[in-house]
Design a protein around this ligand. Structure first.
Ligand SMILES: C[S@@+](CC[C@H](N)C(=O)[O-])C[C@H]1O[C@@H](n2cnc3c(N)ncnc32)[C@H](O)[C@@H]1O
Length: 271
């Protein structure tokens, strides 16, 4: 297949990609017809989905601010997606110009566009890797020279762990990432759920099977387990809009309709 100019040759344009479908929902320009078709089909079934994705980014932004306030100045953002407005490095470096960010995504389009956007930014980069290989991610993040795992780090897993099926042992993946961090580090997770969801939402989620990255919906208890023995910050693992909203007016009457839980935990010294 002829590749559009400037795109990595390994992109499969015959299948929609989760990152590009997501980019379309967020109003981005980094998507193809095949992605838009799937996005429109999903949107026709769940008109709320675009709002859900925006709510996901809002949750991530609020969580990053809390981490910045706690003094975190280095972020490992895995499943970072295609750069859209309000990226982690923009939020972080606006608050602290010294903040360093390593973006990781499995999708070559996401990584190519991230690198383009980050050109000239010496404190941020993007690498292509699979969350199912946490040791490789940690190695690459170290090799980037931007993340020092001897200091507290913010590990961000927003809207990505649900792409890891149970057979690939997401609990072990999370444990490997937590094990690399020192006390004072933070873990941010948002994750799609079947809890409290209407049937049409669950049907739309099933369409994700058409992308390379099918979604596994999980319960609040399963999402909570991903934080291991780290200390969950208030208000715990909750429907995303309920996690420290900027203002009570921002919280939808039905926060559960955004279909995903969010939570943030800190690694405290044992004993
Ligand atoms: C729904 S988007 C979330 C983007 C961003 N974190 C946010 O919250 O706005 C999920 C991203 O995870 C990426 N992804 C899916 N499976 C992955 C894996 N196994 N390893 C790394 N990234 C993955 C997709 O390519 C996509 O860019």
């Amino acid at each position: 297949m002829q590749m559009p100019d400037g795109l990595p040759a390994e992109i499969d344009l015959s299948r929609p990609s989760a990152a590009r479908v997501y980019d379309y929902f967020l109003g981005g320009a980094h998507n193809f017809e095949i992605d838009r078709q799937l996005a429109e089909q999903i949107a026709s079934m769940t008109p709320n989905l675009a709002a859900t994705m925006r709510a996901g980014r809002e949750f991530l932004r609020r969580a990053v601010r809390v981490l910045l306030d706690a003094g975190i100045d280095q972020f490992l953002d895995i499943g970072s997606g295609i750069p859209t407005v309000g990226n982690v490095h923009e939020v972080a470096q606006a608050a602290n110009p010294e903040a360093r960010i390593v973006y990781v995504d499995i999708d070559p389009v996401a990584v190519a566009h991230s690198l383009e956007l980050l050109a000239g930014n010496e404190r941020a980069t993007a690498i292509r890797a699979d969350l199912r290989e946490p040791k490789l991610i940690l190695e690459l993040a170290r090799a980037s020279g931007l993340i020092d795992f001897d200091r507290p780090v913010g590990i961000l897993l927003a809207g990505v762990v649900h792409f890891i099926p149970d057979v690939d042992r997401p609990g072990d993946v999370l444990a490997a990432l937590r094990a690399a961090a020192v006390p004072g580090s933070f873990l941010v997770v948002s994750h799609s759920t079947f809890e409290d969801q209407p049937k049409e939402m669950l049907d739309a989620q099933r369409l994700s099977a058409r992308t390379d990255t099918e979604i596994t919906l999980r319960s609040r208890a399963e999402v909570t387990d991903f934080f291991g023995d780290w200390t969950l910050l208030e208000p715990g693992v909750v429907h995303m809009p309920l996690w420290r909203p900027d203002s009570p007016a921002d919280v939808d009457e039905h926060p559960e309709r955004f279909g995903a839980f969010g939570g943030v935990a800190r690694y405290d010294h044992a004993g």
